[in-house]
Design a protein around this ligand. Structure first.
Ligand SMILES: [Fe+2]
Length: 457
């Protein structure tokens, strides 16, 4: 039996060193999905929590260690991680796309007079040197070019830490170098010969965590090929990050071998998870824990309530300002990839749609779409805006709850069924009903707390 932790997407912004100031920083701190300003305090609290568990030694950290590659963050982070090693933990780190220069997103500092300014980052060899003690140092094998390595987590358990950062941008995906893939195949063969239990850690997910998560370049490059390669070599569990969403799903290779992708959300964005895994010969038990104390003014809230409030603030602000303050909408629109100029050009339809959304309850929408009788009574007064925010939040938190027996499902699908021809085109999905059901409820293994069977050889 082995128990171990995974945290991911720490996105540590070294605010205490960089001392960010001004409107651009205020904006970033408020309008990022993650709690960027609080990231150092959250990481410290997570480390404190991990240190209280004296039984569990291993901690996996699957990339996006710093906010956007700031070298100051990289220089400060090993010191924080050494608190874990000093407390008896063995820490295994990967870097990822937000860690490595010269690729975007670029490192940033914030000044009162100059706003957001690009700053310096570190390249792969410097990162490998900086984080050498957290994994590569005691590895069985290191692929230096990629910063991938194979290591022993316990006497008969081996981990493949597979780095996919910055590789493949020119090919439109994040994946493995040719030489890395060759090395991986050799290492898998070695692993199989050893008779060890084989596990993998990566940054990009093997599988999309939600139907809304569609961009191919956000999933591991050649994901089905790699999933099959790993599963057929006897790797049945891979621990990933990147999506900032909680998800557990699996892939069956054409040869009939299964691999689970345990995809974990960012430590600093709602729901701020710490995963604890316990592996036996029969099962992998996944448990999701949360930080409870934080050295930050949370306004009397628990940390989970606070991070939920931060997450919802931006969504609510977008919807509210579209309805009531179109100038403010144009100011914040770049946060969701709509330029200020384009938003201003589209201000009339955006404002009209915003006002409509703001006023619409399920009952009013049902009347407009001639399906009011199908709206369950408990849903009639619920605002569509609030429901949309719930659904988006649930996608990140995992375990989406609106199964076909819930009034939420019945009400939402009554409206959606009236709009299916439009939805088919907008969603670009061949089966828009299945797409929407995938957004409303989780039909596979639970995303947060699950007991997964170890596939038999
Ligand atoms: Fe991330």
């Amino acid at each position: 039996m082995l128990s171990f932790y995974q945290i991911t997407d720490l996105h540590y912004y070294a605010a205490d060193i960089l001392k960010p100031k001004g409107d651009a920083w205020e904006y970033r701190a408020k309008y990022d999905q993650k709690c960027v300003a609080e990231s150092g305090a959250i990481l410290d609290a997570a480390i404190d929590k991990l240190l209280t568990d004296k039984e569990t030694e291993v901690v996996l950290i699957s990339g996006d260690l710093v906010s956007d590659g700031e070298k100051e963050g990289h220089y400060a982070l090993p010191e924080k991680l050494r608190r874990l090693t000093a407390g008896g933990k063995r820490v295994f780190v990967l870097t990822a796309t937000h860690d490595v220069a010269p690729y975007p997103p670029y490192p940033k500092t914030y000044f009162a007079d100059r706003g957001e300014v690009q700053s310096e980052g570190l390249r792969k060899p410097e990162l490998l040197e900086l984080y050498w003690e957290f994994g590569p140092k005691d590895a069985l094998s290191v692929h230096r070019e990629s910063f991938s390595y194979v290591t022993k987590l316990a006497e008969h358990i081996r981990l493949f830490a597979l780095n996919d950062d910055g590789v493949g941008w020119e090919r439109g995906f994040h994946g493995y170098l040719e030489s890395e893939l060759q090395w991986l195949k050799e290492q898998l063969e070695e692993g199989q010969k050893s008779g060890d239990t084989l596990l993998a850690m990566g940054h990009h997910p093997l599988l999309p965590p939600s139907p809304v998560y569609s961009p191919a370049d956000e999933i591991l490059g050649d994901h089905e090929k790699i999933a099959a390669l790993l599963a057929d070599a006897g790797v049945h569990f891979m621990f990933t990050g990147h999506t900032h969403m909680q998800n557990i799903s699996y892939f069956d290779s054409p040869r009939g071998n299964r691999i689970f992708d345990i995809n974990t959300a960012s430590l600093i964005g709602y729901p701020s998870p710490i995963r604890k895994m316990t592996l036996t010969e029969e099962t992998l038990t996944v448990e999701t824990q949360h930080i409870d104390k934080l050295n930050w003014d949370l306004g009397g809230k628990s940390y989970l309530e606070y991070s939920k409030g931060h997450f919802e603030f931006m969504l609510r602000d977008i919807l509210d300002s579209a309805a009531h303050d179109i100038r403010h909408f144009c100011e914040i629109s770049q946060g969701f990839s709509l330029s200020k100029e384009k938003a201003w050009k589209l201000r009339v339809p955006i404002s009209a749609a915003g006002k409509l959304m703001d006023r619409l309850t399920f009952q009013k929408a049902g009347r407009l779409l001639l399906c009011a009788k199908k709206i369950p009574p408990e849903m009639r007064e619920r605002r569509l805006c609030d429901f949309v925010i719930d659904v988006v939040r649930n996608i990140y938190a995992g375990d989406e709850p609106y199964t076909p027996d819930t009034p939420e499902y019945v009400a939402f699908m009554a409206l959606a069924n009236r709009l299916m021809p439009i939805l088919r085109r907008v969603l670009k999905a061949s089966d828009p009903k299945a797409f929407l059901e995938g957004v409303l409820y989780n039909s596979g293994y639970p995303d947060n707390d699950a007991v997964l069977p170890v596939p038999k050889k």
